[in-house]
Design a protein around this ligand. Sequence first.
Ligand SMILES: Nc1ncnc2c1ncn2[C@@H]1O[C@H](COP(=O)(O)OP(=O)(O)OP(=O)(O)O)[C@@H](O)[C@H]1O
Ligand SMILES: [Mg+2]
Length: 546
Amino acid sequence: MASVNERTAQHLNFSSCGEDDCSDSSLDDWAPRSVPLRSPSAACQTPKAQRHRVRSATVVSPSLPTSPIPYAAWRKLRLCESPSTPKSLLSKSSLPCSSSKPCRSQRGLGYSLASDPLSARMPSVNINPFTPETMCRNNNHCKRKSRRSDDDDDHIHRLKESQTSSDDEELFLPSKRPAVHSFMLSRYESEFLELGRIGVGEFGAVYKCVKRLDGCMYAIKRSRRPLAGSADEQLALKEVYAHAVLGHHPHVVRYYSAWAEDDYMIIQNEYCDGGSLLDAITEKEAQGKLFREPELRDLLLQISLGLKYIHSSGLVHLDIKPSNIFICHRPGPSAGGEGDSEEEEDGNPSSGVVYKIGDLGHVTSISNPQVEEGDSRYLACEILREDYTHLAKADIFALGLTMLSAAGAPPLAQNGEDWHSLRRAQLPSLPQELSSPFRRLVQVLCGDPEPALRPSASALCRHPTLCRERSGKLAAQLRQELNVEKFRTAMLERELQEARSAVLSPQQHSPAVGKKSGKTGSLPRTGRRLVGRNSARSMSFGCPGL
Ligand SMILES: Nc1ncnc2c1ncn2[C@@H]1O[C@H](COP(=O)(O)OP(=O)(O)OP(=O)(O)O)[C@@H](O)[C@H]1O
Ligand SMILES: [Mg+2]
């Protein structure tokens, strides 16, 4: 893990690392994909080229809780030493050069990091030729030169000469001066502390980071290659555009920000502490376990809610698959507070697991589609035929196959006869028995080549097979709440009874009140609630004079 972190730190040291320093980057992480992009063919045929490979590597990240940050991590962030204002936090947390190696520019300027603690804290800098100090140095040098060349008294000419001479160049600028962008503080480095790489996908690598200012965890995705003019540029932009339009939904991975650094796109997203659904499937497989039917129904319902939201925004995802569904562990609804909207309630299921749709790189609009095919293993046949009349149903098809994968189906074919037979309603056999209504539902999602016959996401959210689960949970929750209310009512009735008795025989119940105040009559005890907050004021206790 340490070596991975070291490597990634080098990769992401965009600003300060010289070419020579970066030459040992682990090229395998950023290697070009082995298979080129495929242009869609007109006929429905086997997908030949796989734009999407099976995720190549997932590095298990250090197990840090999402929040709160452990004390040690806070100390590293240097954010907890004083109750600071945001401004001071920012200045404290800005780290000039995170690489342990000296930067090329630092070497060029002759800074000794070990001997000069001040320079160790300073970012590497160019020398400005227009500061008085530099001007003075240059003037002295020019005078020395003018003494040497008596026949040439043209000052401008000498200046030009001095600028072209390699000897003089050293005086104006460091011999190896960094490019303009390379000494600017990287936003990634200054704003985030990288904790480790959590995954590598087609588009890029994803890092788990803490934002220095707010102390929260984020998933930061960085494109594999420089983007300008590449096909990935469109994917990256699509992802950002889609996130920006979609806003917040409990079943869509939340987007915070995106920016470009050295022509690489960086996207700051919500960190999902449970990883991807693919990770969860793989982990269960390794333990000889399976997602059971109640969990599968919960998963199907939650992703249907996310898709309903995306589709109702006039967009389609087009790359639904286990590695693009993310898991967040949440406390149950009682611990999480009351949700005041349908979405909030849906985002806090009693199972404590929230599934979220992520990776919006293939999103396109339903009305004006620019289709970039997603993973061929989950691709609907009509998309291969370039029939985009029922685009949203392609997401439903992919969701059906995702359910099969989660239920324990063997790995899906990328192409060939197996690929076709799956799309002719020959679904793979599963290692577990599902109830017939649920099996039929999954069959309807992906077992029919005719997209129009697949249910919409909205219909799925209301489907009795899925809602039964939900209404069962709701009924249990309501029963519990009813019991609490019954108990409260009983308590209040008892208190009321006591209060009534007190009114009927005041001397017997609170003789001290009359003595202390010098007045007759009974008052409710101070701070004691009878019925509701204002009841003491509104009820009459027959105490004239008060
Ligand atoms: N928000 C997140 N929270 C936690 N882990 C994440 C998050 N985003 C991505 N990952 C991890 O990084 C991996 C790759 O991420 P992502 O899907 O965004 O990249 P990609 O290049 O689009 O991959 P692919 O082409 O396979 O879809 C995921 O499988 C997951 O393990
Ligand atoms: Mg992905």
